[in-house]
Design a protein around this ligand. Structure first.
Ligand SMILES: Nc1ncnc2c1ncn2[C@@H]1O[C@H](COP(=O)(O)OP(=O)(O)O)[C@@H](O)[C@H]1O
Ligand SMILES: [Mg+2]
Length: 299
């Protein structure tokens, strides 16, 4: 399993798709699991995405919860009734992270199916597009919480197994997606610490997404400085100002990436900003070709 973390908007879903496409090209059957964030019908069974080797599962937490309960208590009818009851609705609303727990448990089951029986193995790789809030660390904390709350019984046993799975470097790789800016980089370093404290694991890869291309060499910049000393037309001055701004952005991105490299124990990979507004599958495919091998090999 590959678990992808990162604050909303940094490109987590884009990276999840790109990683899935790269693994799909390498012949792996891949499923992306997410909690109802895209405009797909939520459910509990993976759906083919239309791209070779790639399935998606947008979890419907309510249905997943019913499925989870019926497996635990051995009766679908009872689970259905229970999950629709007011008491239960209250429990789910009040219980911290029960939706995150069932999502993670579902992803865990999908990746275990492979280990159990190769002939029914639907997937070689499960990619979790982690949590819609915060960094997605909250979701990773839920098995621990439930192992403690339940203490004994089936919920505790299952939660403990999921928790062990999350700490197992053979079973799961962690990728953080961030941007080449001061706050996101600092937050990613904090995330790395938190993961270490929580699961005893470092991140496998940090992907810095949206890196501006290098447009000018030092010599170009020098030439611009020299040219701007001479009297220039308004257009030329505007062009120089734009060039300086872009060069400045790129320089500050590079400074943030070096700061990250200096401070982290994880591998750092960069992904270029490829423009456009909402990236489609074509662009994700383009990004997938630029991913270094370490990313796809994260698990
Ligand atoms: N490398 C990139 N270059 C250009 N646009 C990008 C890149 N990565 C992501 N985007 C765009 O940024 C926005 C947020 O990306 P998304 O993957 O949905 O983020 P998240 O899942 O973290 O909220 C989307 O519009 C996406 O198309
Ligand atoms: Mg997303």
């Amino acid at each position: 399993m590959i678990y992808i973390t990162g604050k909303g908007g940094v490109g987590r879903s884009t990276v999840a798709t790109a990683v899935a496409m790269a693994a799909g090209r390498a012949g792996k059957r891949v499923v992306i699991v997410e909690v109802g964030s895209r405009d797909r019908t939520p459910g509990t069974t993976p759906e083919p995405s239309g791209i070779d080797n790639l399935w998606t599962l947008t979890i419907d937490p309510q249905k997943a919860l019913e499925e989870w309960l019926s497996a635990l208590i051995g009766s679908q009818t009872l689970a259905g009734m229970l999950s629709k009851s007011n008491t239960f609705a209250y429990f789910v609303a009040a219980a911290p992270g029960v939706r995150e727990l069932v999502t993670l448990t579902k992803a865990w089951e999908l990746s275990r199916q492979k280990a159990r029986d190769q002939s029914t193995a639907p997937f070689d790789l499960v990619i979790v597009d982690g949590g819609a809030s915060g960094h997605g660390l909250g979701m990773l904390r839920t098995p621990q919480t439930y192992a403690e709350i339940a203490r004994i019984g089936p919920i505790s046993t299952q939660a403990t197994r999921v928790k062990e799975f999350l700490s197992d470097p053979e079973a799961i790789g962690y990728i953080a997606v961030t941007r080449p800016e001061e706050t996101p980089i600092s937050e990613t370093l904090e995330l790395e610490e938190a993961l270490l404290a929580q699961l005893g694991r470092a991140l496998d890869v940090i992907i810095v997404n949206g890196v501006l291309p290098r447009q000018m060499t030092r010599a170009d910049l020098h030439a611009i400085e020299e040219a701007s000393a001479a009297p220039l037309s308004a257009d030329a001055r505007a062009a120089i100002a734009t060039a300086r701004t872009k060069a400045g952005w790129r320089q500050s991105q590079m400074a943030q990436i070096s700061r990250l490299r200096g401070a982290t124990k994880s591998s750092v990979a960069t992904l270029a900003f490829i423009g456009g507004t909402d990236l489609g599958l074509k662009e994700c495919g383009e990004l997938s070709l630029r991913l270094p091998a370490v990313v796809v090999g994260a698990k």
